[in-house]
Design a binder for this molecule. Structure first.
Ligand code: PGA
Length: 252
């Protein structure tokens, strides 16, 4: 049985003071609602300390949205995984489509980050997904396969317990267009099958695969009802407690 894993990716939203206030109200709301899912929020780097301050002994995981592919050195503007660990961060989102699209990240560069994060025993949420152009050209499976094969290259079987895959069709992110639960489930099934061929049936069956792309309170339940959808990576709707709480408590 895979426990649902719901995550909020704040992207470049929420200053340290806004993040602190949000974290306090989310914590209160979650305590009352007793959400029975694994929960995570991913604030911007500079907002992490304020949010960690509030959530450190809580059931809500505080994650980073990215990290450097080196531990330290002359990499101006980058943030080391060691600095994140020093703040108590144990989870990192890697390979988000916005990082691929706007900052030139590739399956190869993301693979370096994945290997480094895992070497530090961090949990990785690895984002994959196709653009509209790729989907329309019939390349969905080819793209996902390459993202998985290259992104997970040299990741050992025993490290796969620390890897979560987030399937985010690029055309569904922030657009209000969600993949239908059926389309999302079939992409998830393909991801699981690919992971099985790269690793084993057991690893594939335990793999948590989140769906991301315009997840809202009104579509989360139908998505989560699908066999291969084990969670959600939520952008826009994670930015207010009123919107995020019903997603965290979707099964209530
Ligand atoms: P969205 O973003 O929920 O605003 O579509 C999802 C994501 O990019 O993680």
């Amino acid at each position: 049985m895979r426990k649902p894993y719901i995550a909020g990716n704040w992207k470049m939203n929420m200053s340290p003071s806004e993040g602190r206030a949000y974290a306090s109200s989310l914590l209160e709301a979650v305590k009352d609602a007793k959400a029975d899912v694994k929960m995570m929020v991913a604030p911007p780097f500079v907002t992490i300390p304020a949010v960690m301050d509030v959530l450190k002994d809580s059931p809500i995981i505080v994650a980073a949205q990215n990290m450097a592919d080196h531990d330290k050195g002359a990499y101006t503007g980058e943030v080391s995984p060691l600095f994140l660990i020093d703040l108590g961060v144990k989870t990192v989102i890697l390979g988000h489509s916005e990082r691929r699209q706007y900052y030139g990240e590739t399956n190869e560069s993301i693979n370096r980050k994945i290997l480094l994060a895992l070497s530090h025993n961090m949990e990785v949420v690895y984002c994959v997904g196709e653009t509209l152009e790729e989907r329309e050209a019939g390349k969905l499976e080819e793209i996902l396969k390459a993202q998985l094969e290259v992104g997970l290259k040299d990741v050992k079987a025993e490290e796969m317990g620390s890897v979560v895959i987030a399937y985010e069709p690029v055309w569904a992110i922030g657009t209000g267009k969600t993949a239908t639960p059926e389309d999302a489930d079939s992409a998830h099934a393909f991801i699981r099958k690919t992971v099985e061929s790269l690793y084993s049936k057991d690893i594939a069956e335990k793999l948590i695969i989140q769906y991301g792309g315009s997840v809202k309170a009104n579509n989360v339940k139908a998505l989560m009802a699908k066999e291969n959808i084990d969670g959600a990576l939520v952008g826009g709707a994670s930015l207010s407690v009123d919107d995020f709480l019903p997603i965290l408590t979707f099964d209530k």
